[in-house]
Design a protein around this ligand. Structure first.
Ligand code: ZN
Length: 207
């Protein structure tokens, strides 16, 4: 995707949410501007938000634990919503879920309960589209590194993405794309320092 075919771009400040509708055939490029920044994401069918991203079906269909180049993002109705068409990072997660005030309190102590979290970002952004926290499902974590060891254990470790790394997602249907630029500071998913990201929408299919 060259800059000349971009029809929309936006810098998302650290810790903030974003949403937009991606029309069928359009490509969303997510750029990790400064590196090591997890980008939590949810997808909904724009015409019927009851159809939405399913991490379980995505993993089952591809038979692999990670999201990477070529991954088809599958809905809860078994349809392809979008696919990863470019990736300069190489490691994305859809197993570890998003952070919340409640999970922060359990994992990192009561003192972290009032820190801003992805779940709150999702609630804020979904409210713009008539959706609520009941519509939050297991999500994608672009640029988040969650290696699974041979015994099946996994944990969030240092991100692999370098400044300027990007991932392209090309839509197979009209998709409402909701992002939380993760505010987490208690584990290494954001290098303990949340930073801005950039999104670019293009009419061109991914490369
Ligand atoms: Zn988060």
């Amino acid at each position: 995707m060259s800059d000349t075919c971009a029809i929309y771009s936006c810098d998302i400040p650290s810790e903030r949410p974003w949403s937009g509708v991606l029309r069928k055939g359009q490509t969303l490029r997510i750029i990790d501007s400064e590196g090591q920044q997890a980008v939590d994401a949810l997808l909904y069918c724009a015409d019927d938000p009851a159809e939405r991203y399913s991490s379980q079906d995505t993993l089952r269909v591809q038979g692999s634990a990670y999201v990477e180049l070529g991954t088809r993002l599958i809905s809860n109705k078994g349809r392809v919503m979008a696919r990863v068409t470019a990736d300069t990072c190489g490691r994305h997660d859809t197993s570890a879920g998003c952070c919340s005030c409640e999970s922060n309190a359990v994992r990192f102590g009561e003192a972290t309960k009032y820190q801003h979290a992805c779940r709150e970002n999702f609630i804020i952004e979904l409210s713009k589209h008539g959706l609520t926290k009941r519509d939050i499902v297991s999500n994608l974590n672009f640029f988040m590194n969650v290696p699974i060891d041979p015994s099946g254990n996994f944990t969030v470790v240092d991100g692999l993405s370098a400044p300027g790394n990007h991932v392209d997602v090309t839509a197979d249907m009209d998709v409402l794309f909701v992002i939380s630029n993760c505010p987490q500071v208690n584990n290494p998913c954001n290098g303990f320092n949340p930073t801005p990201i950039r999104v670019v929408i293009s009419d061109a299919p991914g490369m």
